[in-house]
Structures are given as structure tokens and as C-alpha cells.
Design a protein around this ligand. Structure first.
Ligand code: FAD
Length: 518
């Protein structure tokens, strides 16, 4: 085992890229690609959009964009690049909705596959019969469209992200975490089957039963092992409405103890999240303003008095005819919580409206020119045994306010994650997603971006110095040592899978884990 491991690590080092290499456009590339017989088309001119993402900080121009009209277009393109071997430095990046933060869906000098072009070609098909309904969706389909289609059948996927204008393939390449993950696991725990184009250009179906290693590799696999062209996703009956509740705490221990009790209880809410409010004033709080409590007067009157507050956010699904029973259950659950009594804010909204809540904020921020700006986000998974130490330093010392964007903080449980997937999580049964969702509007007075990046650095340095065994979610690293430490004992498995499914390191170069040797 020792020599196998050394061999794998040797190969990994050969593949590894420790800094970004910008390939220049090669005229031969264009001519070789135009020989391909495609249902869709390639474009060589309008490549600038593919060099942008939500993070708005990295811009690496590709040589060409593939607009596929069939899965075989994707397979033909990747197969062609594979057969060119080391003669070309070409790489291929699937681009879902381009909501990455640091160029992960970009391919410097390579080919970007616009996965959205397969929408409609690969149809969203809901299978509502039987005990375990599911939907087949294109990898480039947006979750909002998947939801709309499923709702026509009274069904919906079980596990979500907070924002639905993201692609199926994009979130499944990470994990897909939201307030339902404590019940159903992340989105990658709710997939039955995938159709994948590997880094050799093969089209393979995979599931627990068929090509199981590839199936698990691709889930949370940062796009390293194949391009997901289709996913079969588990569904449940969709409720018509949700009761949406927010309560505030000033004591962090009470807040997290209540969160943990709720996620571990048999009878509980359907969605549980939380966020941190530090000395908050600014405009960007519009981010989550779709919540409209029934008693806005009371909500407006509450004075935080400069304290750091912790907001617990929960929902309970219901259909209108069951409203009384739902209210009774909610009251029982609320009676066991230790929030500040005057801070119970409630609302009732349609299920779709709740799930699509961040889009409301997107529309508002866009109208103020505050959407297409740099987003120096930092997402961490913190083990439960260290969350108090983390909070004390980060919310007590490092951060002076939460005006740059929301800070989410909520627990999930490891037992709902499948350790055969590529997702990397802390080694404890309960861990917290802590998401610093900063925006950095340009301002004449201060460099918001630099300030936010420095703050992120301080948080990461603190975790290191305090020996907090956290993992980054939506990870971003620049050195081989950091990637190896991120994957820990799973690094060998990652390298083995890379050599099996994408041996030339063609796919998802923007993650900067492996480098195509030329
Ligand atoms: P892209 O940016 O297009 O791609 C991401 C990576 O996946 C790239 O490496 C790309 O090459 C690869 N990829 C894309 N499509 C495929 C495919 N079909 N097959 C294989 N690889 C592929 N995440 C959460 O878990 N929970 C949240 O609540 C959440 N909220 C968010 C809110 C906002 C406003 C934003 C911007 C992001 C949020 N995210 C959240 C993060 C989000 O899940 C990831 O950034 C995700 O990758 C975005 O999907 P995308 O389609 O834009 O991916």
C-alpha cells in the first residue's frame, strides 16, 4: 500500500499546477476544432462572457465556446481534445450558470462548454408514479426550472441551495447545502443516477449499481472526473405553503444549542438555518429582505442596542387545510426555544416563493447596480466542538460589522452525507456551515475588496493557529500542499479517480487542482 501511495502521489505531483498558466490562443486549435461534426456550434469571438463569474475577480479568456445541441457534441469535443493528447495544452470547462467565485468554470486558452445550451435538448422529465418519484434533468438546467416543472406534478426535490438560479451540474459538483440538509443530506445525497462525459470523451451512465466509483467521484467532485449531462434527482410531495419564522438570540451558546437540538429531534422544522448580525446598518441587508413578517411594526421596533445578535430561521411546510395542526406543532417547538421573547417574527408564503427567496434580493441588488460586483466570499465547515472558539474570536474580534453581506451559520449532520462521494467535510457528526457572503462595491473612500480579503485571511489564519480542523466549502487553494491538506486521507482516492476518468487533466482547469502537462 505504501509504494502504491507513493506512486500515486508522484503522478499527482506531475499533474499538479501550483499557479495559473495562461495559455495563448493557438491558431491550429481553431482549425483542428472546426473539423468536428457537431449538432451545435463553436464560437471563437464572443468569448468574454465565459471569462466572468459571480465572484467577479478572475478573468481568464478561453479560445472557444462550445454551444452543444446534443450530449454527443460534448463527448466529441472532449474526445477530440483527449486524442490530441499532450500535443495541445487545451482544456475543457463545463460552465453551468457561472456562479463560481474564483474562475472555477473558466478555461484559460481552452474550451468552455455552455451547458445551458443543452436545456430543452435534454428534457426535464418528471416520473411521478410509484413510491419514489424522481426527475431527470439536464446538467445545465437551472434548479428554478427543475422546481417549476416538478411543481406541475405536485412534487419537488428534497434538498436545496438558498439560491435557485444555479445549474444542476454546478451544485452537484460541490454539494448543494441549505436548511434542508439536516433532514435529507446535501443535494449530492439525493441523486439516483448521472449521465457523464468523462475526460476521455466516453458517455457513461452511473449510479450505485452501475459505474459506482464514477458516480461517487462526480458528486462533490469539483468537475474533475466528468461533465454531468443528466441527473436523476429524488422528489417528494411538495407542500403548498410554508410557515417562515425568525427569532433572535443574544447568547451564542443558547442559539447553537437550540439549533443542534432542533436538527437532532425527530419532530422538528423542515428547514433550519441561522445568521449572525453584527452592528448592522447598510444597504446590502436588502440581500435577504424577502422575509416580510406579519407584524412589521414589532420587527421595526426591536432595538439591537449594538449587540451582536444571532437569528434562527426555520420553516414548517403545510397545506392550507392542515394549518391548525401545523400551528399547534410550531407552537410546541417554539415553546422549547430560548430566543428573546419579543423577537418572534412570522410569515406564511407559497413554497415556491420561499425557495426562490434570494432571487427577490437579486432583483433589488441588480436595480442598484450591486449585483455584478466583486464577491470575496468565504465558506467554511467548522466542527461542532470548535464552533464556540470560532465564534468568540471571529464575531468578537475579527469582524466589526456584518454590513458587507450576510453571515450564515447553521449545523448539519455528517450521517446524512455519503463518504464515498468526493465532498470533503469535517470529521465530526455535527458541523456548521459558516458562510461570509461579502460584497465589495467600489467606493472612493475605501477598498472594500481588499478589506474583505484581509478579513478572510485573518479568519483562515485564526483557524490554523487555533488548530480548528475546518474544511473550506467551494474550496479555493493555490498550492499543492493546500489541496493535499484539504483532501487529507482522501487525496490518494482523488488522484486515483483523476487518473481513471480524466488522465490528461483536461476537465475543470479553473479549480487549479491538476494541470494538463504539455
Ligand atoms: P459554475 O460556476 O458554472 O461551475 C462550477 C464548477 O462546476 C466549475 O468547476 C465547472 O466547471 C463545474 N461544472 C459546472 N457544470 C458542470 C457539469 N454539468 N458537470 C460537471 N462539472 C460542472 N451553494 C450551496 O451549496 N448552497 C447555497 O445556499 C448556495 N447559495 C448560493 C447563492 C449565490 C447567490 C451564489 C452565487 C452561489 C451559491 N452557492 C450555494 C454556490 C453554488 O452552489 C456554486 O457556486 C455552484 O457551483 C454554482 O453553480 P453554477 O451552475 O453557476 O456553476
Amino acid at each position: 500500500a505504501g509504494s502504491r501511495s507513493t506512486r500515486l502521489l508522484g503522478l499527482a505531483m506531475a499533474l499538479f499546477l501550483s499557479s495559473i498558466t495562461m495559455h495563448t490562443s493557438d491558431p491550429d486549435v481553431g482549425s483542428s476544432l472546426t473539423t468536428l461534426d457537431l449538432d451545435g456550434h463553436l464560437s471563437f469571438h464572443d468569448v468574454h462572457d465565459a471569462a466572468r463569474d459571480f465572484g467577479n475577480r478572475y478573468r481568464l479568456l478561453p479560445s472557444a465556446i462550445l454551444h452543444p445541441r446534443s450530449v454527443s457534441d460534448v463527448s466529441a469535443m472532449v474526445g477530440h481534445v483527449f486524442r490530441m493528447g499532450h500535443r495541445s495544452g487545451l482544456t475543457v470547462a463545463a460552465r453551468g450558470h457561472g456562479h463560481s467565485l474564483q474562475g472555477q468554470a473558466q478555461a484559460p486558452g481552452g474550451i468552455v462548454v455552455r451547458m445551458g445550451a443543452l436545456r430543452g435538448v435534454v428534457e426535464t422529465a418528471v416520473h411521478s408514479g410509484g413510491e419514489s418519484p424522481y426527475v431527470d434533468a439536464a446538467g445545465g438546467e437551472l434548479w428554478i426550472n427543475v422546481l417549476r416543472e416538478c411543481l406541475k406534478h405536485g412534487l419537488a426535490p428534497k434538498s436545496w441551495t438558498d439560491y435557485l438560479h444555479l445549474s444542476v451540474g454546478g451544485t452537484l459538483s460541490n454539494a448543494g447545502i441549505s436548511g434542508q440538509a439536516f433532514r435529507h443530506g446535501p443535494q449530492i445525497s439525493n441523486v439516483h443516477q448521472l449521465e457523464i462525459v468523462t475526460g476521455k470523451g466516453e458517455v457513461l451512465n452511473c449510479s450505485e449499481e452501475e459505474n459506482a466509483d464514477l458516480f461517487h467521484a462526480a458528486l462533490g467532485g469539483l468537475g474533475q472526473f466528468g461533465i454531468i449531462t443528466r441527473a436523476r434527482i429524488a422528489l417528494e410531495r411538495a407542500p403548498k405553503m410554508v410557515k417562515w419564522i425568525r427569532v433572535l438570540y443574544s447568547d451564542f451558546s443558547e442559539f447553537t444549542e437550540d439549533q443542534e437540538r432542533l436538527i437532532s429531534a425527530e419532530k422538528t422544522f423542515d428547514y433550519i438555518e441561522g445568521f449572525v448580525i453584527i452592528n448592522r446598518t447598510g444597504l446590502l441587508n436588502n440581500w435577504r429582505s424577502s422575509f416580510n413578517p406579519q407584524d412589521p411594526v414589532q420587527a421595526g421596533k426591536f432595538d439591537s442596542d449594538g449587540r451582536t445578535l444571532f437569528c434562527l430561521e426555520m420553516t414548517k411546510n403545510f397545506n392550507p387545510e392542515e394549518a391548525d395542526i401545523m400551528n399547534e406543532e410550531v407552537n410546541v417547538l417554539l415553546s422549547k426555544l430560548r430566543y428573546i421573547p419579543s423577537t418572534l417574527f412570522q410569515s406564511e408564503v407559497a413554497y415556491l416563493e420561499f425557495l426562490d427567496r434570494v432571487h427577490v434580493s437579486e432583483v433589488k441588488l441588480r436595480s442598484k447596480g450591486l449585483w455584478d460586483i466583486p464577491h470575496p466570499w468565504l465558506n467554511l465547515l467548522i466542527p461542532q466542538t470548535r464552533i464556540q472558539d470560532f465564534a468568540k474570536e471571529v464575531f468578537g474580534n475579527i469582524l466589526t460589522d456584518s454590513n458587507n453581506g450576510p453571515i450564515l451559520l447553521y449545523p448539519v449532520n455528517r450521517s446524512k452525507w455519503d463518504n464515498r462521494t468526493s465532498a470533503v467535510i469535517p470529521d465530526e457528526e455535527i458541523f456548521y456551515l459558516v458562510a461570509f457572503l461579502s460584497s465589495a462595491p467600489s467606493s472612493t473612500n475605501e477598498n472594500n475588496l481588499e478589506r474583505a480579503l484581509k478579513q478572510n485571511e485573518r479568519i483562515l489564519s485564526f483557524c490554523k493557529e487555533a488548530g480548528i480542523n475546518m474544511k473550506q466549502y467551494l474550496p479555493h487553494y493555490t498550492t499543492s500542499e493546500e489541496w493535499k491538506s484539504h483532501f487529507g486521507h482522501r487525496w490518494d482516492m482523488l488522484v486515483r479517480r483523476k487518473l481513471s476518468y480524466d488522465p490528461l487533466a483536461i476537465l475543470a482547469p479553473g479549480q487549479r487542482i491538476f494541470h494538463k502537462a504539455t
